[in-house]
Design a protein around this ligand. Sequence first.
Ligand code: GRG
Length: 297
Amino acid sequence: MRPSIELYLSTLKEIIDKKLVELLPNSPEPISKLQESMRYSILAGGKRLRPILCIFASEAVGGSVDKALPIACAIEMIHTYSLIHDDLPSMDDDLLRRGIPTNHSVFGEALAILAGDALLTDAFSLIGNEGISNGLAPKVVVEIIRDISKAAGSQGMVSGQALDLAIEGKEVSLEFIERVHSLKTGALIVASVTSGARVGGASEDQLLQLKCYAKYLGLAFQIIDDVLDIEGGAEIGKTIGADARKNKATYPLLVGVERARKVALELTEKAVLELRDFDERAEPLRELAFYLGGRKY
Ligand code: GRG
């Protein structure tokens, strides 16, 4: 019998956290401030959604957890870099992340920028090194690097962030908000799924279907995130109400919380429908989609 999704998620989270500790630079005493700052944000927790998606996608096409794990950890490093930089005074200027003070409020702005830079760069070196030593074909490693770099860079997350900053305080359409979301949050979620699928040896058809699953899921995830910014409790681990204070156009602020939740559910259903050709090995991906729709943090 398969464990419940909650149990499976917490088991995987433990495995990912252990591997991250192992993979992060940790020179003998005294640990450099840079390394301390990198470890601070990575080990502060987080849901590990992207690495979990990477592993689940790999499993959905018959791959193993072990092979996907280093790639999954590299994606979490990239995600953590984006959070550190997003919190900087020149960006969202936040004081709380993952339930603790933001990186720059503890280590200072310069070190926070450098910790983010190092996490991003080290992630790609990790994919190259661990991918090959873990038995992935060089072609697959290159495809994974291509997917992830495209999702993280100027055609993905970074441009989403630039657009997000540019529209602060401006009136924008729902379509435009969706565009920003798909770049800022969606692209890395899609790349988490496609890279996991590539590790597991997915066919082109499977890749396409998983990509559609991830696109719908990413948008639903972001809408719920914006709802939580309005209604969330202390468990959310960051400053509540920040979007409204910054006059940021978000889905629920434009259409209301109730409608936003409904749209998120519809998107979740569409995501799951994309998995219709997959067998029971895709069950964790299906269950995760509904689990995220009901999340409280
Ligand atoms: C600075 C290049 C650059 C990009 C920043 C991801 C991002 C882009 C900013 C984060 C801002 C934000 C609150 C986005 C909303 C959705 C989101 C990505 C939330 C954070 O991801 P979670 O909920 O966080 O997976 P944890 O801490 O659980 O990993």
